[in-house]
Write a protein that binds this ligand. Structure first.
Ligand code: N01
Length: 548
């Protein structure tokens, strides 16, 4: 008998995904004594770190800050080799956690959840998987990640290409040998910016097709320094608490000063020192870079000058210079010698705004009237972010309403945790929560803690169901928008806005009000008996509406 057949088909909780959210859910649900099953499309744990194995992949959050806080012994034992960990090491960490806490027996690998149907008569979710099984669960938790649906390149002729193609978000596990090959990379987002310098070293020749230049700050990753590591390990709990109390869930100095209040030469000095330290903290050089157009432009101008200094060929430098959108409003990138890579003899940049890609041909890429021949093409074309993975599952709530229908004009959630009409379905780091604007580890832990505390609370109260109330959801969506439009973020055609997917509604999806404020709000809602949610108690059809 297979392992799947021995598992119960009626459970308390179905969890979709075994990334860092899913793994922590296993720990919490098991400790709380719930019956649950975890379904994972991949053959291993790690989520984004399982799929994104492209060369050069690494985290842009510092290693010492990108780990779980709930295993104090592990945080002392674990050794990161670099200040910004490379992908294989983060995946090793995820695997280590899964083994150390004996989590694998709870996970069904190679099992994609295809549909989730809410049955109003029983108040249970029917979860249909790719193995053909349907599981009945009282609760369903979508731990599906924010960037987990790679976007295929919508370029004519893709299928006609006779060589191998790779998407950075679905990189072959056995690795790819690009040595000596003529390689194309299409796209210049965070993934490409990390991959390009490494591919350039292997490839015989690399051609980068760029549609929109990106702002990138050198990550300046370095080998872990023993003293630095010890400093963290001696102060871990205290520092983690400080991280939770910040807007983005990171531990680093944030300027309490507006660039607008500082003379230009002093501003420049600050930008220089942040550039020298490296990493995305550059965007915290001043406290008004996300809100004041002039301050933002000063930072953007500084980075443009750096690009001109680094890239030797003036025409290439100009092509790499981002303009037309504020710095940071498309996700700021952190690189290791990205701009320097264009000084190599074997690297060529094609600006496809000037030389548009007409189509992919059997031999390569036809752009600007020139056919470029390649032995391999790498698509670094990104993801259908935040909503793509959820909408790829056929989710039906009350009265057969599909999530796709409900979110036709953009995602609508209460606190990014639930969406009205879909009782007992929770999202971890869903749209409307800080998620991708924060250190994901901090946000994942906060959401998993909140959701599992909520489940325990419902059980204690004898509540069968919980659902976001519409008035609270509407108010939250309005608040999320209001906060977004106080910033410069909506000015960019970014994946935050859904702008990278043709036809996707233009809505700023994450919550920009900050991790700490958001946590306080979630805690307050819980303390007020889940204010704004509707609870249904056992034996009663009457929904108690906790003060909407
Ligand atoms: O994807 P992207 P990504 N023809 O959407 C271009 C996280 N991440 O995988 O900007 C030509 O940013 C597209 O051009 P444009 C991080 O949050 C984190 O790089 O739409 N080009 C763009 O240049 C990040 O933001 C880490 O004009 C096409 C690129 O492809 C997020 O994941 C590392 C095209 C896509 O960039 C996504 O990053 C990696 C087409 N048809 C990723 N379609 C770290 O922790 C798209 N493009 C460091």
């Amino acid at each position: 008998m297979s392992q799947t057949q021995t598992k119960p088909s009626e459970i308390d909780v179905a969890v979709v995904g075994a990334g860092f959210s899913g793994l922590y859910l296993i720990k919490k649900l098991r400790d709380q004594g719930f019956s649950f099953r975890v379904f994972e499309a991949g053959s291993g744990v790690g989520g984004t770190w399982y799929w994104n194995r492209y060369p050069g992949a690494r985290c842009d959050v510092e290693s010492m800050q990108y780990s779980y806080s709930w295993d104090p012994e592990l945080e002392q034992e674990w050794r990161w080799s670099e200040t910004f960990a490379p992908q294989p090491e983060i995946l090793e960490y995820a695997n280590h956690v899964a083994d150390r806490h004996d989590m694998r027996p709870h996970i069904e690998f190679n099992t994609r959840v295809e549909a989730a149907d809410f049955d109003e008569a029983t108040g249970r979710w029917g979860i249909r998987t790719s193995t053909g099984e349907t599981v009945s669960a009282r609760f369903c938790i979508m731990a599906t990640g924010c960037l987990s649906s790679p976007r295929p390149p919508e370029i004519e002729g893709v299928d006609s290409y006779q060589g191998p193609t790779y998407h950075t978000g679905e990189w072959p596990h056995e690795g790819v040998d690009l040595s000596g090959k003529r390689v194309a990379v299409i796209g210049t987002g965070s993934s490409a910016i990390q991959a390009i310098p490494v591919i350039a070293e292997q490839a015989g020749h690399l051609t980068v097709f760029q549609r929109t230049p990106n702002y990138s700050i050198p990550a300046r990753t370095k080998p872990m320094n023993a003293q630095y590591e010890q400093e963290w390990k001696s102060n871990y709990q205290e520092r983690r608490e400080i991280m939770r109390r910040t807007a983005v869930g990171n531990y680093f100095a944030r300027a309490d000063l507006a660039a607008a209040d500082v003379p230009p030469e002093e501003r420049r000095k600050t930008f220089e020192s942040r550039w020298a330290v490296g990493g995305t903290r550059f965007m915290s050089s001043f406290n008004d870079l996300a809100t004041n157009a002039e301050s933002n432009e000063a930072a953007a101008q500084f980075v443009r000058e750096k690009i001109r200094e680094i890239v030797k060929d003036p025409a290439t430098a100009e092509a790499l210079i981002p303009t037309g959108y504020p710095i940071g409003t498309k996700r700021i990138c952190a690189d290791s010698h990205y701009f320097e890579t264009y000084n190599r003899d074997n690297v060529r940049l094609v600006n496809i705004k000037e030389h548009p890609i007409h189509r992919i041909t059997p031999k390569g890429v036809l752009a600007g009237g020139e056919e470029h021949e390649f032995d391999a093409i790498v698509f670094a074309t990104g993801f259908d972010a935040m909503t793509g993975t959820l909408l790829n599952i056929d989710i039906k709530g009350r009265s057969g309403l599909t999530l796709a229908e409900k979110w036709e004009a953009g995602p609508r959630t209460y606190l990014g945790l639930m969406t009205a009409g879909f009782p007992n379905m929770f999202m971890i780091t869903g749209p409307g929560s800080p998620s991708v604007l924060s250190n994901m580890m901090v946000s994942i832990e906060q959401h998993v803690d909140w959701v599992t505390d909520c489940l325990a609370n419902l059980r204690e109260q004898g509540a069968e169901a919980m659902e976001a109330g519409l008035p609270a959801e509407d108010a939250w969506v309005e608040h999320v928008n209001e906060m977004a439009y106080k910033t410069l973020y909506p000015k960019a055609a970014s994946w935050y806005m859904g702008a990278n997917v043709p036809g996707k509604p233009r809505v700023f999806m994450p919550y920009i009000g900050g991790c700490w404020n958001y946590r306080l709000k979630c805690d307050e809602v819980a303390a007020k008996g889940y204010e704004g949610f509707r609870l249904e108690r056992e034996g009663s059809n009457a929904a108690s509406q906790a003060a909407e």
